[in-house]
Design a protein around this ligand. Structure first.
Ligand SMILES: Nc1ncnc2c1ncn2[C@@H]1O[C@H](COP(=O)(O)OP(=O)(O)O)[C@@H](O)[C@H]1O
Ligand SMILES: [Mg+2]
Length: 251
């Protein structure tokens, strides 16, 4: 018998997507278990961002099916609202509101779409700002923070919605090198707490130590996937070998 915890929390079945005549995703099949930590890598333009943006319905698909925590994303707009509350997303750019303080940035969405009172939203915001280790920055404005701090605020802001799943799209690639570690450490903390995570990243040290599974995409397809040790030490597909050769020689 299958218990609910064994059913995939995310399921992509035969997903196809086009931008006009250009096919950006081809026959994507992916099951993610609750609590699983997945790293997605691959060359620029391979469809990584598009795939994860489909998982919280920032992008629509033309063929196939995506189910998130039992909700069919091809359904009505109510389904989309449900998904947006359950799936948090962190982008390369932090996208904080410049005219709001750090704590206000974190309070906004829970008050608007979760119906929290101001006091409740503030308490929750301070909880997560403490968790990402910047409670002392709460009353500053985004421009007064470093890039690494702003990205940690973006993570705290997503967590304030109490998501079941977190999507990260190259969260450290816009950061100065000395700030990468503080953001990765925050993500490692989330992983240790059992969050279901899909991370597009080329931080291979992070992938090796945190991921349960590494997925390699090229030309809109999942070409290869596996546990990090097998993926990095014994890649099977020539495109994976070529990609890993390139990024590892750059580090
Ligand atoms: N809104 C869009 N309209 C047209 N083409 C797009 C759009 N977004 C992405 N693409 C194209 O789709 C392909 C995959 O993009 P993307 O998912 O951003 O790749 P990755 O994140 O792996 O670099 C690229 O060739 C890109 O130019
Ligand atoms: Mg991308």
């Amino acid at each position: 018998m299958t218990t609910p915890s064994q059913a995939p929390i995310i399921r992509l079945q035969g997903v196809e997507k086009w931008y006009g005549n250009f096919q950006v995703l081809t026959d994507i099949n992916l099951d993610v278990r609750a609590g699983e930590r997945i790293v997605i890598c691959g060359p620029s333009g391979s469809g990584k961002s598009t795939m994860i943006r489909c998982i919280n319905r920032l992008e629509a698909i033309q063929k196939g099916k995506i189910t998130v925590d039992g909700t069919d994303l091809t359904g009505d707009s109510k389904a989309i609202d449900t998904i947006r509350k359950e799936v948090g997303m962190v982008f390369q750019q932090f996208n904080l509101f410049p005219h709001l303080t750090i704590v206000e940035n974190c309070m906004l969405a829970p008050m608007r779409s979760r119906g929290l009172s101001k006091a409740e939203a503030q308490e929750r915001a301070m909880h997560y700002l403490t968790r990402v280790r910047i409670p002392d920055q709460a009353h500053k404005y985004p421009s007064q923070l470093s890039g690494g701090q702003q990205q940690r605020v973006a993570i705290a802001r997503a967590l304030c919605m109490a998501p079941k799943i977190m999507l990260f799209d190259e969260p450290t690639s816009a950061l100065d090198p000395e700030m990468v570690k503080e953001v990765l450490d925050t993500m490692i903390g989330l992983a240790e707490d059992g969050m279901t995570m899909l991370c597009v990243t080329h931080e291979m040290g992070f992938a090796r130590s945190v991921a349960d599974r590494v997925i390699f995409m090229a030309d809109g397809k999942i070409i290869e996937q596996g546990p990090p040790a097998a993926f990095f030490d014994n890649p099977q597909h020539p495109k994976t070998q070529q990609f890993l050769g390139q990024i590892l020689s750059n580090h």
